[in-house]
Design a binder for this molecule. Sequence first.
Ligand code: TRP
Length: 351
Amino acid sequence: MKQVILTGDRPTGRLHVGHYVGSLKERVRLQNSGKYDEIYIMIADAQALTDNAEHPEKVRQNIIQVALDYLACGLDPAKSTIFIQSMVPELTELTFYYMNLVTVSRVQRNPTVKAEIQMRNFEASIPVGFFCYPISQAADITAFHATSVPAGEDQMPMLEQCREIVHKFNAVYGETLTEPQIILPGNQACLRLPGIDGKAKMSKSLGNCIYLSDEPEEIRKKIMSMFTDPNHLRVEDPGKVEGNPVFVYLDAFCKPEYFQEFLPEYSGLDELKAHYQRGGLGDMKVKKFLNNVMQAELRPIRERRKDWEARLPEVYEILRAGCEKAEAVAAETLRGVRHAMQIDYFENGTL
Ligand code: TRP
């Protein structure tokens, strides 16, 4: 079977290091593994509009920001098709048919939808479009017959819902759609990187993100202000490493060779953690090391981003060509769907 990837992001802001370790890094690795026949990376503008209907300018501005972040991380337009969701209107039509296969109570049980409704204080005023976004996401995935969806842990309920739609569709209309699987990052710390304030999730609205495009000085300031173990007051105090953002970030970003380079008095992360736990290691020293690690990891990304920023017409062209290619593939899937549903009225001459 053909191995196909589809994944994407809402263009509501620049991408941050949580996106990077949670999904982007994995996409680039999979892209370069040579194991995939086709890779589609979607800028989900239509989905972003489901809770930003009054701010189309915000969505519009961030399309290019997200595209730059993608290219900066090493997504290669020669290997991956980068496209914009609303430029593939076939996705909307698929969504409309899939809506008939899902109940309201099933969407209400989706844990990610539940959490997001709470976060946005929607309660009784949920836009219908927002409510339906898990269904639209199933359209995004199945339109490309994706077999794999590299995404963060928060997307698991979406994938589950997509698989249910695939089963239902194939059972009712005959074998047509392909069932996808999620690919989560292998490293536990990368599953859900906390914000610099220690809150469970990095989010633009909480103002607790380190962005891929941040300048070195901004990164340093953010790391130096990071939340740590609140009970680790004096250097001599024993400290906690579990759930301590500074150590979670080290788990996510540190490579063994960084100890050689920046902190040769320790053999590795285990020794550093042990010292912190027994006391005698100050937050400042750990933060300085983390800053060196993050600067080393983010420098090549920021530099590549600047290169692409200087060539914006090429970025537009990459997106334009990507949209065209994606639409052709989605149109082919839609033809199959319409045929299975017996609504391809003028295809075989008899009505
Ligand atoms: N929901 C994803 C996000 O919040 C974006 C997205 C839309 C997506 N459709 C998708 C991700 C399909 C994976 C597969 O960023």
